[in-house]
Ligand binder design. Structure first.
Ligand SMILES: [Fe+2]
Length: 381
């Protein structure tokens, strides 16, 4: 609230625009660094992007090693394997190249390069942030998807023993975030839609969070408008640099805004990711409007939803906004039912149990009670 003390931290250096990825290599060269670990995934390797980056570094005389053993929901094992490569190869900096998974993995390798294990020691829910010191190698984050905004975030989500664990420290903020729309042009339509919805939900959940942060609120509202204006084009016309650029920026804005926190939508999405390996963006899309219907029973949240009317060209009315979002999700082909992914009513309690333990759950403005998540999920079966 406006009469309380807050500590704000707006993010990091951002290099935006076509050619920004290549330009990063010159910036790294100027810093005097010698050998880098490129943390990426097999999909990025397959489309040739990892080799392209390696080639740019080669041109500047900097050696790099590619580590691509990163799952879509990255695990402790992925982090520790990458850390071993970093140490064995005597690297002195790390570049994350990818969507949220490689960027979160890279960020966490940065921690484990100079900190003792086990990784669980740094679990943010258990106060692990206090053990993370500012003695880590430089980390540069190149986003290849417009969704997680991990490139401007100070935390990572890593699965430790089947539990999604948040590792957080202000020192984990990437030294430079690279937003180069030209490297996102080949992202398939489905993935573009799923990651784009993730970006939208970040902004939406940040926007309804009852924390006094008008800077973040303004950013979140603008970014939601950008998502609604540009995501359909990015999906249907993947080579549109302007649409891709707007979505990359909206994604970075979302991750900046969600310093305020994320809520129930993400708590459930994390459960669906951890228990059923459902893509994070898709998981968010599946429950989006049902979570909104649930949340709007809280008056302050309903008012926030209503204030988004102009973005969807409807009245400032929460129900109309939710209906417009439903239609939009359908246009994007993200109106998937949980049953089509093999989930049955018998699974819902386990999903709720997981969601209740998720760090985003207690932050939701409407305080959820036992059984509420099951009810929400039933409507998405
Ligand atoms: Fe997300």
């Amino acid at each position: 609230m406006a009469n309380k003390r807050h500590s704000y931290s707006y993010p990091t250096r951002i290099e935006y625009g076509p050619g920004a990825m290549k330009d990063l290599t010159a910036i790294v060269k100027e810093s005097g660094l010698k050998k880098g670990l490129i943390v990426t995934d097999n999909g990025i390797v397959k489309v040739g992007l990892a080799d392209q980056l390696k080639g740019y570094f080669n041109e500047t005389g900097i050696e790099t090693v590619i580590f691509s053993d990163v799952k879509s929901n990255p695990t402790e094992e992925n982090v520790m394997d990458g850390t071993q490569v970093y140490k064995d190869e005597k690297c002195d900096f790390i570049v994350g190249l990818g969507g949220g998974s490689p960027l979160d993995t890279g960020k966490t390798i940065k921690v484990m390069a100079t900190h003792d294990g086990p990784l669980a020691k740094y679990d943010d829910m258990k106060g692990g942030d206090k053990y993370i010191k500012d003695n880590m190698p430089p980390f540069y984050a190149i986003a290849t998807t417009a969704g997680t905004g991990s490139e401007v975030g100070r935390s990572s989500v890593i699965t430790i023993d089947k539990t999604k664990t948040i590792i957080f420290s202000p020192f984990m903020m990437p030294d430079i975030a690279v937003l180069d729309p030209t490297i996102t042009l080949s992202l398939p339509a489905k993935l573009t839609a799923a990651t784009g919805i993730d970006a939208f939900v970040h902004n939406l959940e940040a926007y309804i969070m009852e924390v006094f942060h008008p800077m973040a609120d303004g950013m979140a509202k603008e970014a939601m408008e950008m998502c609604v204006k540009w995501l359909n084009t990015a999906v249907t016309k993947g080579d549109d640099v302007v649409a891709r650029g707007n979505m990359l920026m909206a994604s970075a804005m979302g991750a900046t805004a969600f310093q305020k926190g994320l809520g129930l939508n993400h708590a459930i999405a994390h459960a669906l990711g951890a228990l059923f390996d459902i893509h994070h963006g898709l998981a968010n899309a599946i429950v989006l409007t049902e979570v909104m219907r649930y949340n709007m029973t809280r008056e302050t949240t309903k008012e926030r939803y209503a204030s988004l009317g102009s973005i969807f060209d409807v009245e400032n009315d929460a129900v109309q906004v939710i209906e417009a979002i439903e239609k939009w999700v359908e246009e994007l082909g993200m109106n998937v039912k949980l049953s089509s992914l093999g989930i049955t009513e018998a699974d819902l309690e386990a999903i709720e149990k997981y969601a209740i333990g998720d760090p985003c759950y207690p932050l939701n403005p409407k305080v959820a009670e036992k059984g509420d998540v099951v009810k929400i999920l039933k409507n998405t079966l």
